[in-house]
Design a protein around this ligand. Structure first.
Ligand code: SF4
Length: 126
């Protein structure tokens, strides 16, 4: 049996999951979303990444980025290595793609800030 705390809503149900003949028995969940979360966590756990990437611009040395959708949990370190190998050398804005289809995972690494596009005086006044 495996125990899991649901993180889908603040109630934080503590679920018990057992596997019998390939099917999962889930108890302790307060709603169907918890069962779906448990199933995903057992069969195909996924996570998002929010981090920063290096830039070539001394005024903004790092740019905040995230992945466009959740990626398999066991590929997080590989994607982080790709991000850490990357230097942004154009002034990208929020939503622009930094790494397209990173490692073939059908997720892009995208900028989450316009800080590279803003002038220094705009940054000082905001
Ligand atoms: S099982 Fe449902 S009620 Fe419980 S924490 Fe998850 S989403 Fe919330």
């Amino acid at each position: 049996m495996k125990e899991l705390v649901c993180i889908v809503c603040p109630r934080g149900c503590r679920m018990q999951i057992t596997e019998e003949n390939g099917s999962l028995q889930i108890t302790g969940n307060g709603c169907k979303r918890g069962a779906a979360f448990a199933e995903s966590e057992i069969r195909d756990p996924r996570r998002t990444i929010c981090t920063t990437v290096r830039t070539a611009f001394p005024d903004v040395p790092v740019l905040p980025v995230r992945v466009s959708k959740e990626i398999p949990k066991d590929r997080i370190f590989d994607v982080m290595a790709e991000i850490n190998r990357t230097t942004v050398n154009t002034r990208l804005g929020r939503g622009d793609i930094v790494l397209e289809n990173v490692l073939g995972l059908e997720a892009d690494v995208i900028a989450t800030s316009n800080i590279l596009k803003e002038t220094e005086s705009e940054r000082r006044t905001s």
